[in-house]
Design a binder for this molecule. Structure first.
Ligand code: NI
Length: 217
């Protein structure tokens, strides 16, 4: 499932993060790329020691967000990188590593930190079998997409693109099962809002719980 969460971070939080990042020291981005992705990865990353507080803020915001929780069912948001693209930088077509340390990457996300008016180019492009989708979201918004997809970042031609990119291992490994649970859960919440705790609500709740027991990983 691919979806966006508008305004995950407030305008103020985002502005503070950008100010902090503009003063911070970045290192070569190739250090965290797989062997073939190194060839196409041209960006910079915040040094891990400096990234810790920002990473924590982003993880907390995602863990508080009901849509992210329901659609992703995160077991652990295990990796978050703060990336910077100056003019001339890009990240060519690649798939993200399946394993990061001892964690699996099921779902990827990009939190857009720079306002889109402040840089040219730098779109995130998700490549499908027959088409591609281009994203350049407002500051503070996040795009959540399957880690299995080929994707790229177009060259930045002007300004600076600051983003946080991260990976999640889900409790539910199979995307189709995850979507089924999301749909059922959404339907039962809507039923509850309209009619309260009916017999039908109880049966769907039981099914959600029992499917989770079967599928959790
Ligand atoms: Ni990637």
């Amino acid at each position: 499932m691919l979806f966006r969460i508008p305004a995950l971070l407030s305008a103020q939080t985002c502005a503070e993060m950008v100010a902090q990042l503009e003063a911070a020291s970045f290192v070569e981005g190739k250090t965290t790329a797989g062997w073939y992705a190194k060839q196409v990865k041209h960006n910079q990353q915040l040094a891990p020691a400096e990234a810790a507080p920002l990473r924590q803020q982003i993880v907390e915001a995602l863990n508080r967000h009901p849509l992210f929780q329901a659609a992703v069912r995160p077991k652990r948001i295990h990796t978050v990188l703060l990336s910077r693209y100056d003019p001339g930088m890009a990240y060519g077509t690649h798939a993200d590593n399946a394993l990061m340390g001892q964690w699996r990457s099921d779902i990827s996300f990009t939190v857009f930190l720079s306002s889109p008016q402040t840089y040219a180019g730098g779109e995130l492009v998700i490549e499908g079998a027959d088409d591609e989708q281009t994203y350049k979201l407002a500051a503070g918004s996040v795009l959540v997409y399957p880690a299995s997809a080929l994707h790229r970042v177009n060259e930045v031609t002007q300004g600076v693109r600051l983003v946080a990119v991260g990976w999640v291992q889900s409790w539910i490994r199979d995307p189709a099962q995850r979507e089924l649970l999301f749909d059922l859960d959404t339907a039962r919440r809507s039923l509850f809002a309209k009619q309260g705790k009916t017999d039908e609500f109880d049966l769907i709740s039981k099914s959600v719980a029992n499917l989770l027991r079967r599928w959790v990983d």
